[in-house]
Design a protein around this ligand. Structure first.
Ligand code: HBI
Ligand code: FE
Length: 296
C-alpha cells in the first residue's frame, strides 16, 4: 500500500485499500460505451432530482456553468465532450479515475487544471449517500463551477498549495479550507445564502438543509477560523461558511497560507458545531438535527 494512499483515505475517514493503479497518475479510460442502461438511469434519476432543486438554491455561477456544459439528463456525460467546452472557457479538463486517489496525485492533477472524476456511478440503492466520489458527485457537483474563472483559479491554487502543505505538515488545515469552500461552501446572493459547494449541490437532502433548515449555523467565512474547524464527513455539516462574493476566492488563491498555518498550528481546534466570539453569524442554528441524531 502506497503511503499517501492511506493518507488520502484517512482524511476521508476511509480504510486503506482499493484498486491498484496501472498508470502513475491513476487515470483510467472512461470507456463511455460500457456504461449500462441501468447506470445511465441512475444518472437520470439524480440529474432530474437535483435540477429541480437548484433554482433559487444554487448560486448563479453554478446554474450558468450547468447551462453551458453538454450535460443532459438521459446519459452519463462523455468526459472528452465536457473537456472540449471547459478547455475553451477556463483551460480545465476532466480525466477519469477509479475513485479516491492519493493526495499528491490529486494535487498534481489540480495544479495542472485536470479534474479527476470518478469513472463509476453509484448503485441504485446508494442514491443518497456514498463515501467515494463517483461521476455524479464529481461531474454534476464540481464541473459547472470549473466553468467559472474564479473557481477555476482557486482549485488550481489548491492543488499547488496541497503540494506545499504536504511538505509543511499542514494538509489537515488546508483540507478544511477546501471542505468548507469547494465542497460545502455557501455564498450570499441578494442577501440570501446560495450553494456553490459540490458536496451540497450533488445531494438533494443537503441542498435543502444547507440553505433552508434552521438547524445549522451559517457563519461568515474566515480563513484561519476555517483552518481550525473540524468537519463532519458522514453527515450534514453543523456549520456552513458563507462568502459575501465568489470573488473572495480570487484573493484567497493568491495569498500565502504559510503565516496562517503558523498562527493556527499551536491554537486549539474547534468542533464542527462551535460558535466563537469572533464569528460573524448570519444564522445561529438550533442544532436540532444533530442533537436528535446524538440521542438515537
Ligand atoms: N481523490 N478522486 C479524488 N477526489 C478527491 O476529492 C480527493 C482525492 N484524493 C485526496 C483528496 N480528495 C483529499 O484528501 C485532499 O483534497 C486533501
Ligand atoms: Fe468533491
Amino acid at each position: 500500500m502506497h503511503e499517501t494512499d492511506s493518507t488520502a483515505r484517512s482524511l476521508h475517514g476511509l480504510a486503506a485499500g482499493g484498486p491498484q493503479p496501472e498508470r502513475p497518475d491513476w487515470t483510467i479510460p472512461q470507456e463511455w460505451d460500457r456504461y449500462t442502461a441501468q447506470e445511465h438511469a441512475v444518472w437520470k434519476t439524480l440529474f432530474e432530482r437535483q435540477s429541480r432543486l437548484l433554482p433559487g438554491r444554487a448560486c448563479a455561477a453554478f446554474v450558468r456553468g450547468m447551462a453551458e456544459l453538454p450535460l443532459r439528463a438521459d446519459r452519463i456525460p462523455d468526459f472528452e465532450e465536457l473537456s472540449a467546452v471547459l478547455m475553451q472557457r477556463t483551460g480545465w479538463q476532466v480525466v477519469a479515475v477509479p475513485g479516491l486517489v492519493p493526495d499528491d496525485v490529486f494535487f498534481e492533477h489540480l495544479a495542472h487544471r485536470r479534474f479527476p472524476a470518478g469513472q463509476f456511478i453509484r448503485k441504485p440503492h446508494e442514491l443518497d449517500y456514498l463515501q467515494e466520489p463517483d461521476v455524479f458527485h464529481d461531474v454534476f457537483g464540481h464541473v459547472p463551477m470549473l466553468m467559472n474563472p474564479v473557481m477555476a483559479g482557486f482549485i488550481q491554487a489548491y492543488g499547488q498549495g496541497g503540494l506545499r502543505a504536504k511538505a509543511l505538515g499542514t494538509l489537515e488545515q488546508l483540507a478544511r479550507v477546501y471542505w468548507y469552500t469547494v465542497e460545502f461552501g455557501l455564498v450570499l446572493e441578494d442577501g440570501a445564502p446560495r450553494v456553490y459547494g459540490a458536496g451540497i449541490v450533488s445531494s438533494s437532502t443537503e441542498t435543502r438543509f444547507s440553505v433552508e433548515d434552521d438547524s445549522p449555523h451559517r457563519v461568515r467565512f474566515a480563513l484561519e477560523r476555517v483552518m481550525r474547524t473540524r468537519y463532519r464527513i458522514d453527515d450534514f455539516q453543523e456549520t456552513y461558511f458563507v462568502l459575501d462574493h465568489l470573488d473572495e476566492l480570487l484573493a484567497l488563491a493568491q495569498v500565502d497560507f504559510a503565516p496562517s498555518y503558523q498562527r493556527v498550528s499551536g491554537a486549539a481546534e474547534h468542533g464542527p458545531g462551535d460558535l466563537l466570539p469572533g464569528d460573524t453569524v448570519l444564522t445561529r442554528g438550533t442544532g436540532r438535527y444533530h442533537a436528535r441524531k446524538r440521542l438515537q
